[in-house]
Design a protein around this ligand. Structure first.
Ligand SMILES: [Zn+2]
Length: 852
């Protein structure tokens, strides 16, 4: 039996070309180590692993179960294989306590732990400090039948003065919440051990109208509620764990409501001076009774909405308040409030479970574990592509990488992602075509820990992951380290046509993209074509005018910039508002989950336009972009009172000179070392100080020479701070042996993070002052505009040091479809008449100047 299998091992390709492709593709990623031919059938695996209750059986394995005639015989076969096969002999086999071989495999590697209908979901792991209630929460999905308009201020809104707990009664308060100064040590399913205390007040009888608050559930983050009047409450949000910052997202529950009363809620510790609540955004409310009886879900509610500065600041930090009033629809109801439609880790797992159990979808969507988060939650990676007919066809496919929820409080990203997945996994001809020509790599939730604990921006390292894409601290930032590594490998394998990371935006309405200016003359303005096309496909949601393509120094660590520097020309951050639209038919209305999901579809739709073998649309967009830019430049010159005399060379103007920065987006204050490593950095810095003191002596005694020697060592050590920390983190996080220690060294955060950025500041950065805020078109903010030509710029600027700017591409241009793709199109799987793809479409003129 075994020699027969040996023969199989030597066979290079498999009868099913798709299986063969997936096999080689995944093997390339290091997911398989052994030859598949040497492994027993999946069904055999299943039987053995079934004996291990910890293993979650996979749906795809289960499908083949019928092929196995006798499980016992198979088990024996496996046993004999394990003994004789050199590939299976070692770590797979479990020995019992008597040293005898037991025919039992170890728990499979993470890669194989996906779902089945028979297996439970992987319960979320929480930091051990966090109390979690046992109830499972579920919200129905619902789309309001009428548009939900922005709140129109009357001018009579009350501005409640914050009185605090001295004059009120604390009716809910979390205790032992980890804040700045502490750091994550370990995690556990269900969070803190022991009995979960009742935090809400005990009602004195049926007449007691006190609201009962709760937030100890996935994505919940209320820290404290103070009752300051019969129907009035002051609320404090929990900061991101292990930080003192980032209050923005909120999600909590109230019970014991009264129908005929006007309640007022005021959140008192928000940190951003500006908010969409000042321009009409309303909070979201969910009534459990309405959901049960009328099938109504989350809806925009609230009156007397105001966003204002807190009168009680502590002298160090300015706080802002959000206040609103509400009338609950029912007596004795359970209601929820949220900043945006929640989408939890469990929601994602339920969705992925349905995909894994769908016999059709699971054929072209492979679910894998990318890595584990700090708390040990699975970060999922989906590979979506259709079976290819030949290996050549498989190899010709380009890749598209999409991700979401690096910022956990931006649940917008999950809804766009859901819309994308719904469409790409459907049997629509467009979806099939896309799966024919692309390999989609999707990381639907980059920061599951943050989502679970209800953070707004950070991971459990107390840091903003979207400032750390260049990190070498694999153990501290596993989610992004593995994402970058996956993309790096993908780029070695094939061209990545598009990278897009989905976010939420708290100060601007609409949906828009941040990209990266391309300096290569050959591909000039090409990075703007996809966003322009998207704006044409979703004109009442997507604003091209709000897009920005400037690469700022402070954004060097973002996914968008790092992937662009790795060679992905079309590398974007998609920002979608927490509010709504100011465009077209949707003007002045809030976005629903359906609106966001539609954007996921529009991304797919635009991809097809972008790759259409008929280049008419592409070229038309390029022409339009040039015209727009020319107008913009004319305008700038007029503002400066200069004549524009550039003739045909105007296109050499450096684009970043006429663009504003993206600092209107959510800037991050958490981009240093992970909090648990701050004390290590401190030690190294102390040594540095000691060395500096000793340096003052001039004589070179033997002792001094020794010191010099030691100094060199220290210098080496400091130079390699990150490496040292990297080692430390491997010794620390990996083995969970970290001891809690007070951290008192803070400045090293910035020092070390800037050391990580090995580029000089961009020379033109200082020429435009006052660009940090407002739009690029504001003349008052651009008094000394100097337009530099690319040539000059190239001479003065340091070349990008680490990675090449020019995207890796095949012999075809990036936008030219591969020959295989052309054959797909010509196969008429996508009739040109359906949407007039081949025909020239007349696009509506850009709404760039109609934006308010
Ligand atoms: Zn974000």
């Amino acid at each position: 039996m075994f020699p027969a299998l040996e023969t199989e091992v030597k066979q290079e390709s498999l009868p099913d070309p798709y299986e063969d492709f997936m096999y080689h593709h995944l093997q390339y990623y290091g997911y398989f180590k052994g030859h598949r031919g040497s492994l027993p059938t999946s069904a055999t695996h299943q039987h053995v692993w079934k004996n291990n209750p910890r293993y979650l059986l996979s749906g795809s394995f289960g499908e083949r179960q019928g092929m196995v005639p006798d499980p016992l015989q198979k088990e024996k076969l496996l046993y004999s294989l394990m003994l004789s096969s050199p590939l299976l002999k070692s770590r797979q086999l479990l020995h019992d306590e008597f040293g005898e071989v037991s025919p039992c495999l170890r728990e499979p590697r993470d890669l194989f732990t996906f779902f089945s209908s028979s297996g439970p979901l992987q319960a979320p792991r929480w930091p051990i400090e966090c109390e979690v209630i046992k109830e499972n929460l579920h919200h129905i999905e619902w789309v309001p039948p009428q548009p939900e308009y922005f709140y129109q201020p009357t001018g009579n809104e009350k501005l409640p003065e914050i009185v605090g707990e001295e004059k009120g009664t604390v009716v809910f308060q979390l205790d032992s919440v980890p804040t700045g100064g502490s750091y994550f040590t370990s995690s556990r399913v269900g969070g803190k051990r022991g009995i979960i205390k009742e935090l809400a007040v005990t009602l004195q009888g049926p007449e007691d109208k006190t609201l009962l608050f709760e937030s100890r559930f996935e994505s919940g983050n209320l820290q404290k509620a103070v009752r300051v009047d019969t129907y009035e409450y002051e609320l404090t949000l929990r900061t991101d764990l292990y930080t003192n910052k980032h209050t923005q997202w909120f999600y909590f529950r109230v019970q014991n409501t009264r129908k005929d009363a006007t309640y007022r809620f005021t959140i008192v510790n928000l940190l951003k001076p500006k908010s969409l609540y000042t321009i009409g955004m309303k909070p979201l409310m969910y009534s459990q009774l309405d959901a049960k009886t009328h099938n109504i879900g989350w809806r925009r509610e609230g009156n007397e909405i105001r966003y204002y500065k807190n009168n009680r600041d502590d002298g160090q930090q300015a706080f802002y308040c959000l206040t609103w009033t509400i009338q609950f629809p029912h007596d004795q109801d359970t209601c929820f409030f949220a900043h945006f439609y929640p989408y939890t880790y469990t929601d994602l797992q339920c969705y992925l479970l349905s995909v894994a159990n769908n016999p059709v979808q699971s054929r072209f969507c492979k679910l894998r574990t990318l890595c584990r988060s700090l708390a040990g939650n699975t970060v999922y990676l989906l590979t979506i592509t259709n079976p290819s007919r030949t290996p050549q066809e498989a190899a010709a496919k380009k890749a598209v990488v999409l991700s979401a929820r690096v910022h956990p409080g931006e649940s917008n990203g999950s809804w766009i992602m859901k819309g994308f997945l719904d469409f790409i996994l459907s049997n629509s001809p467009d979806a099939q075509l896309l799966r024919d020509i692309f390999v989609f790599k999707v990381v639907p939730m980059l920061n599951p820990d943050g989502v679970i604990v209800g953070n707004y921006r950070c991971s459990l390292a107390g840091r903003d992951l979207n400032r750390h894409y260049k990190t070498i601290l694999k153990e501290s930032f596993p989610c992004i380290w593995y994402t970058r590594n996956m993309i790096k490998r993908l780029l070695e394998e094939r061209e990545v046509l598009l990278y897009c990371d989905f976010h939420g935006h708290s100060r601007k309405n609409n949906i828009f993209l941040y990209g990266c200016n391309n300096n290569d003359r050959k591909y000039w303005l090409h990075e703007r074509v996809f966003p322009l096309m998207l704006s044409k496909n979703a004109p009442d949601k997507f604003s091209f005018h709000s897009c920005n393509f400037k690469v700022q120094k402070c954004k060097e660590g973002t996914g968008r910039v790092v992937m662009w520097r790795m060679g992905i020309l079309n590398s974007y951050t998609m920002e979608s508002t927490f509010g709504g639209s100011t465009l077209g038919n949707k003007r002045d209305t809030h976005f629903t989950t359906e609106d966001l999901k539609s954007l996921g579809y529009h991304v797919c739709d635009t991809l097809l336009d972008f790759c259409d073998p008929d280049r008419t649309k592409f070229m038309q967009c390029l022409t339009e972009l040039k015209e727009l830019l020319q107008q913009e430049i004319h305008k700038k010159f007029n503002e400066l009172g200069q004549d524009m005399d550039l003739e045909g060379s105007w296109s050499d103007i450096c684009l970043s000179d006429i663009e504003s920065s993206t600092s209107g987006s959510d800037s991050s204050l958490s981009d240093g070392l992970p909090v648990h490593l701050l004390n290590v950095a401190d030690e190294l810095n102390q040594k540095k100080k000691m060395y500096k003191k000793k340096k003052k002596k001039l004589l070179q005694t033997r002792k001094q020479r020794n010191e010099q020697y030691q100094k060199n060592n220290w210098m080496q050590e400091l130079k390699l701070t990150e490496d040292a920390l990297s080692f430390q983190e491997r010794a620390g996080f990996a083995s969970s042996t970290l001891q809690k220690q007070p951290t008192f060294f803070r400045n090293s955060e910035n020092a070390s993070s800037s050391a990580m950025r090995n580029e000089k500041p961009r020379l033109n950065e200082s020429r435009l002052h006052g660009r940090d805020k407002g739009t690029s078109l504001d003349p008052s903010k651009m008094p000394s505009l100097i337009l530099t030509k690319n040539k000059e710029r190239m001479q003065t600027e340091k070349p990008r040091s680490t990675v090449s700017c020019s995207p890796k591409r095949s012999t075809n241009s990036s936008q030219e479809p591969a020959p295989d793709m052309k054959s797909h199109w010509s196969r008429n799987r996508y009739p040109a008449t359906k949407r007039g793809r081949a025909a020239m479409t007349v696009y509506p003129s850009l709404h760039i100047y109609t934006y308010p």
